[in-house]
Design a protein around this ligand. Structure first.
Ligand code: HEC
Ligand code: HEC
Ligand code: HEC
Ligand code: HEC
Ligand code: HEC
Ligand code: HEC
Length: 306
């Protein structure tokens, strides 16, 4: 009897919890990215076709078009327009920047400080000058693998679903702990308590701690650098020899303090634009912004003020 009462109370509490969680911005994955979508899930049809698939895995289209059908220009399926780097509903910039256009305030003049604070930064979208490639074509996965193994394989197929789990997994931004093909050891990034897609804490992404650096390093293994890496060479590696601290522990920055995850509208001056790729290959002029959140090396000045 008593245990029945307890389970009734637990059940009532869970119902309340569910109501709270569904009531807006609280954590838990939103449909259609919902693990355990239930016996009569409607979400599958947002992406899959049983007989008329246009891409492998019975998908209605290839990526990124599949994702842009809700997360792209003018799409009604989600407020998060990652193609243009904007939260359409709130008219704010998205944390990840954008793949085709982005709204990052890359000329923000305050020192030392956030990049762009909570404001939209620029009033109209500026063209992205660098972005992660999301069409599944072969790319060089910079710094992947053990010390001394070269700059990284040049045949890594990257798409939206390589980083994100389209079926939901309860992790921060449904990031896959082990992106397929990365060879990493797995990194779970704990979800936010309350989902917040604007750039209020763009530079001080404290809630993620060091886990986001570990996650980027699932693919970019040797970019993860601990204290002392600026003075101690990585043994046996002639490419990534001395490295800026990046592991997010103590005073070390995380990767996303300097880089936007998706794409940036930052522009590069003469010196910054001339930086070659790891291994020495020349980069295309005007395309060297490398997901940095500030123009030129403005990102360095945010902390160092030289
Ligand atoms: C937001 C788009 C999206 C939605 C919604 C979605 N899927 Fe998928 N699904 C994908 C993508 C992309 C892949 C390929 C991913 C990969 O290669 O691992 C995939 C792969 C699969 C696979 C094969 C690989 C695997 O992970 O097992 C199955 C089975 C599957 N989906 C079933 C479903 C079912 C059932 C639903 C509804 C409950 C659903 N999907 C909803 C995008 C989606
Ligand atoms: C290289 C890995 C990677 C790829 C590829 C990628 N994302 Fe993301 N995405 C992230 C990370 C990391 C974040 C969290 C950004 C942050 O908080 O700064 C994110 C955030 C998001 C968000 C939340 C909005 C935001 O800007 O924070 C959405 C929506 C999203 N991604 C969708 C997509 C879609 C759609 C694609 C393909 C067109 C894609 N992502 C490709 C890593 C990736
Ligand atoms: C049928 C519409 C639809 C499609 C297709 C779709 N999404 Fe989403 N996605 C949503 C909605 C709705 C949300 C919740 C946010 C909102 O309300 O706008 C969301 C949220 C997200 C988030 C944020 C999750 C979080 O934890 O904050 C990511 C990341 C994301 N989608 C990635 C993708 C990727 C990758 C694809 C393609 C494989 C994709 N989406 C395709 C509708 C869609
Ligand atoms: C302190 C700022 C800063 C941090 C932290 C940082 N980066 Fe970078 N990153 C840069 C700059 C600046 C460049 C441009 C190339 C250069 O100057 O070496 C760059 C370039 C890159 C490139 C392009 C290839 C190249 O080397 O030019 C990759 C990939 C990359 N970073 C990944 C990462 C990852 C992954 C992390 C976290 C483990 C990280 N970065 C942390 C500043 C940073
Ligand atoms: C699933 C593997 C994967 C993950 C995870 C990943 N990347 Fe990448 N990244 C790549 C590949 C492949 C490229 C090279 C091709 C491209 O996309 O332009 C790349 C390119 C880059 C570049 C160079 C961009 C340019 O100008 O071409 C930077 C900077 C970078 N990544 C930073 C990051 C950061 C920061 C994170 C974590 C938020 C991250 N990456 C997570 C696979 C990954
Ligand atoms: C988020 C803040 C932050 C950013 C952005 C940043 N740094 Fe640093 N930098 C640090 C910290 C923290 C250390 C480590 C100091 C220590 O060892 O305690 C450091 C160390 C260094 C060192 C080694 C010497 C020293 O002071 O210990 C150099 C050189 C350096 N940074 C240059 C740069 C350059 C160049 C950029 C831009 C590409 C940059 N930093 C961006 C925070 C930052």
């Amino acid at each position: 009897m008593r245990s029945l009462l307890v389970s009734a109370m637990v059940a009532a509490f869970l119902v309340m919890l569910t109501v709270v969680v569904q009531g807006g911005t609280a954590s838990a994955d939103n449909p259609p990215h919902e693990a355990g979508a239930g016996a009569t899930a409607d979400s599958c049809a947002g992406c899959h076709r049983a007989h008329t698939g246009q891409a492998a895995e019975l998908l209605k289209s290839t990526q990124p078009a599949l994702c842009y059908s809700c997360h792209g220009t003018g799409a009604a399926g989600s407020d998060l327009d990652v193609e243009n780097g904007a939260n359409d509903d709130l008219s704010t910039a998205l944390k990840g920047g954008g793949f085709t256009n982005a709204l990052i305030d890359t000329t923000d003049s305050s020192l030392p400080s956030d990049v762009g604070g909570s404001t939209i930064g620029v009033t109209s979208a500026a063209g992205a000058t660098s972005a992660h490639t999301v069409d599944g074509t072969a790319q060089t996965v910079w710094g992947n693998g053990a010390a001394g193994s070269g700059v990284g394989s040049s045949s890594f197929n990257l798409a939206c679903g390589t980083c994100h789990d389209p079926h939901g997994n309860g992790k921060y931004r449904i990031l896959r702990p082990s992106p397929p093909g990365s060879g990493g050891s797995g990194t779970s990034v704990t979800d936010e308590v309350t989902k917040d897609y604007d750039t209020t804490d763009y530079f001080n992404v404290a809630y993620l701690g060091s886990s986001i650096s570990n996650w980027c390093a699932e693919c970019h293994t040797r970019y993860l650098a601990a204290s002392g890496s600026e003075d101690t060479p990585l043994a046996g590696d002639s490419d990534f020899t001395y490295r800026h601290r990046s592991n997010g522990s103590g005073s070390a920055p995380t990767c996303i303090k300097c880089h936007a995850s998706h794409g940036s509208n930052a522009s590069m001056g003469t010196n910054s634009d001339a930086v070659p790729w790891p291994g020495g290959a020349a980069a295309t002029s005007g395309a060297n912004s490398r997901l940095l959140k500030m123009d030129n090396r403005g990102i360095c000045q945010k902390c160092h003020e030289k």
